[in-house]
Design a protein around this ligand. Structure first.
Ligand code: PLP
Length: 365
């Protein structure tokens, strides 16, 4: 089939998502969905009235609400079927096949896939030793588009404002800043939009708002820029139910989100302490997950944890970090189960793998 040639390097998205009672593998909101959004979905009248008709072509009512939330005019917003859709459409809008895109390494695993689907070369620029973006490396890549992710998935830290600022000022192509986890962080690249006509900030309701199943994402940038993304995206990408629920969440659930963020931060701190007591080191995190280098096969470790009904996300041989697992932070009882499972599994592994024993003993208490 013709498609085989073009998409030769691209595979369907596969991951181990066998159900686990304690699923800490995908960074969704384990405190649940934003409640007003859930009520909007359940309200039969809202659904029945809208299902036969097409939704708003470019989500104008939702853009109005998002504009208020972000603090920009509505013509600076583009919506999408998840922020994945915004990222993919942005690549289509701002590149031609054969162009290249610079991305940090490691970063969001979908970016090389969106790049491949859009016929782009990927230049991977390793993070600095302190897990920040290498601004000079990014600029030196000679790419058409620079992709940044802050807080960065899967490492956790935000990129420093000074470095992102430098990239935005010095680069003459489009800079995409993926802020899927921005509600958990302390700064946003939105404040750099005034300086950069070519900055697109991509965000989502999938994480802090707890609405991953609805698939609502958005991009923020200069009006000419977002309208290019909108052309590449096409009309009708946010369905009517998702649109109604997203508007409800963005108007009624902001306090709920803020409170869950505070709870997550406190739980993350407590969880990191518990991991350190197990002899593990943890990367600093500004998001609702932590990355934990494990010094052993992370896929096997995940499999062992899954036998105890705890699922995490394994990352083998991450550049600059090594084998690691990424653990989503949720309510404490789930984190306690994760700690218990790690405690049960790690010593047994240790006996099999003397290297790990050594590494764990060298770590600070
Ligand atoms: C989860 C995630 C997204 C995808 O969000 P959707 O809006 O659900 O498509 C985008 N970027 C990063 C870094 C993520 O972790």
């Amino acid at each position: 089939v013709g498609g085989d040639v073009k998409l030769g390097g691209v595979e369907l998205y596969v991951r181990n998502n066998a159900p686990s009672a304690v699923d800490l593998s995908d960074n969704t909101n384990l405190w649940g969905p934003a409640p007003a959004a859930a009520r909007a979905i359940q309200s039969a009248s809202a659904a029945a009235a809208t299902l036969t008709r097409y939704p708003s072509r470019y989500s104008d009512p939702l853009k109005q609400v998002l504009a208020g939330y972000v603090g920009v005019p509505a013509n600076c917003i583009v919506t999408g079927c998840g922020s994945d859709d915004v990222l993919d459409s942005a690549l289509r809008a701002f590149t031609n096949p054969g162009d290249s895109i610079a991305i940090p390494e490691p970063t969001f695993h979908m970016m090389p896939i969106f790049a491949a689907v859009n016929g782009l070369e990927v230049v991977k620029v390793p993070l600095t030793r302190d897990h920040d973006v290498d601004a000079d490396g990014m600029l030196a890549a000679g790419a058409r588009v620079i992709y940044l992710c802050s807080p960065n998935n899967p490492t956790g830290p935000v990129f420093s404002k000074a470095r992102v600022d430098r990239i935005v000022k010095a680069f003459d192509g489009v800079v995409i800043v993926d802020e899927a986890y921005v509600e958990y962080a302390r700064w946003s690249a939105i404040e750099l939009l005034e300086k950069g006509e070519r900055v697109l900030v991509a965000r989502t309701l999938s994480k802090a708002f707890g609405l991953a199943g609805l698939r609502v994402g958005y991009g923020v940038g200069a009006p000419e820029l977002v309208s290019q993304v909108e052309k590449a995206r096409g009309p009708y990408k946010v369905n009517a139910l998702a649109d109604a629920a997203a508007r409800a969440a963005l108007t009624q659930d902001l306090v709920w989100v803020r409170e869950r963020v505070e709870e997550m931060r406190a739980t993350r701190e407590r969880f990191v302490k518990a991991l350190r007591r197990l002899g593990l080191s943890v990367l600093p995190s500004a998001a609702n997950f932590v990355l934990v280098p494990v010094g052993m096969d992370p896929v096997k470790l995940d499999a062992q944890l899954r036998l105890r009904d705890v699922a995490v996300r394994p990352f083998a041989k991450l550049p600059g970090i090594g084998d690691a697992i990424r653990i989503t932070i949720g309510p404490w009882h789930l984190m306690q189960e994760c700690v218990d499972a790690l405690e049960a599994v790690l010593p047994r592994v240790e006996r099999e793998l003397p290297d790990l024993t050594r590494q764990r003993m060298e770590l600070p208490a």
